[in-house]
Design a protein. Structure first.
Length: 80
């Protein structure tokens, strides 16, 4: 009985270490990243915002044209 309890406790601690260590490391890395980050200047912010908006517009047009091409193809397939 007693020896079995010790090994069970030991394996439970190992499982806890395996589960907790990655979370602790991630938290430390995240704190280090946030401390190192700086607020962007207004110019930098507007550059990022403009490029993001451009990306949204381009992806929207790509989706629109893909849909535009596949509607007739889909109608041909379904009508056959």
């Amino acid at each position: 009985g007693f020896v079995g309890d010790c090994t069970t406790q030991s394996s439970t601690m190992e499982v806890a270490d395996i589960a907790i260590k990655p979370v602790r490391d991630f938290a430390k890395d995240s704190i280090r990243l946030v401390k190192k980050c700086t607020k962007p200047s207004a110019d930098e912010f507007w550059k990022i915002a403009a490029r993001t908006a451009t990306g949204f517009v381009i992806m929207g047009f790509v989706g629109f044209f893909v849909k535009l091409v596949f509607i007739p193809i889909n109608n041909i397939i379904l009508s056959a």
